[in-house]
Ligand binder design. Structure first.
Ligand code: UTP
Length: 292
């Protein structure tokens, strides 16, 4: 039996420069998709996968995230007194149980690998998940739960993959595939942001990972990679060979909410997917398309 995946890291220390000026004082991860912040979709996905401990790697100006996942007694009392039970339930659902949530400061946004390394003392010697909130995945069953299933069957490391157009490989970490049964790919190598002519495939890493704790040893070397950042991919490469390394093909739809268009698409898709908004959303979009 595998050691269970009980902990998840949420790296939220980035600057969110592609969303300025919105992200000058507001964390990118607090931007809402319809009416829920991006980070809460990620936390709910982790909860659905059985995660019990939530570790946020934060930075300057990110305190709204801490407040969001805390109790808000004044608001709860007011909602309760006004009989707004549905709203009260929504407020309470975003609060993990006491003592299950931890925050660590990254200090300087030196890259995703550095952010994950900053959580090392909270992770200890256990396998852990990493979720990037700006990679929003609409999938049933949710992506991390599917990955945990693969991990429980096969152990090792598990990452989530999607096919991208060949001309876009330089935007992603790309997998060198071995055996591939159409669902699970054996990962033989990884390259961060290769140009199309040197990419070993068009299978790209999406922001969901289950990793073995020895990755922290490699991250602690602090080697700079592509873009002069400490890349997570560079240390994942070193895990290949130490443990089995699986890539699970994504099901559903992934929205890159780190880009303006991806964020817009997610808002439209999630509104259309909601029973309470679907009809109105459709007619509003049709009217806008006609008017502009
Ligand atoms: P991005 O590459 O999207 O960077 O990070 P960013 O700073 O958030 O946004 P842009 O590119 O300036 O617009 C992917 C994820 O990794 C986290 C981010 O918060 C985001 O969730 N991250 C990135 C960190 O936590 N620390 C870092 O040093 C870099």
């Amino acid at each position: 039996m595998q050691q269970p995946v009980r902990k998840a890291i949420f790296p939220v220390g980035g600057l969110g420069t592609r969303f300025l000026p919105a992200t000058k004082a507001l964390p990118k991860e607090m931007l809402p998709i319809v009416d829920m912040p991006l980070i809460e979709y990620a936390v709910q996905e982790a909860m659905a996968a059985g995660i019990e401990e939530f570790i946020f790697v934060t930075g300057r100006g990110k305190s709204a995230i801490e407040d969001h996942f805390d109790r808000h007694f004044e608001l709860e009392t007011t909602l309760s007194e006004r009989g707004k039970t549905e709203a009260l339930e929504l407020v309470l659902q975003s609060t993990p149980k006491p003592g299950r949530i931890a925050y660590v400061r990254q200090g300087e946004p030196l890259g995703l690998g550095h952010a994950v390394w900053c959580a090392r003392r909270f992770v200890g010697n256990e396998p852990f998940a990493v979720l990037l909130a700006d990679d929003l995945i609409m999938s049933d069953p949710p992506t991390l739960a599917r990955m945990v299933e693969v991990y429980e069957e096969r152990g090792g490391n598990v990452i989530s993959l999607m096919e991208v157009p060949s001309e876009h490989t330089s935007r992603y970490g790309i997998v060198e595939p071995g055996d591939d049964d159409g669902r699970i790919v054996d990962v033989q190598g990884l390259v961060e942001k290769p140009r199309p002519e040197s990419a070993p495939s068009n299978l790209a890493i999406v922001g969901r990972y289950i990793l073995q704790p020895d990755i922290m040893d490699y991250l602690s070397l602090g080697s700079l990679g592509t873009g002069n950042e400490i890349q997570l991919t560079d240390s994942m490469i070193k895990l290949i060979g130490n443990h089995p390394f699986h890539g699970l093909r994504l099901t559903g739809t992934r929205f890159d909410c780190g880009t303006k268009i991806g964020f817009l698409e997610a808002n439209v898709a999630y509104a259309l997917g909601r029973n309470d908004l679907d009809g109105d959303a459709r007619s509003s979009i049709a009217a806008i398309l006609e008017a502009f």
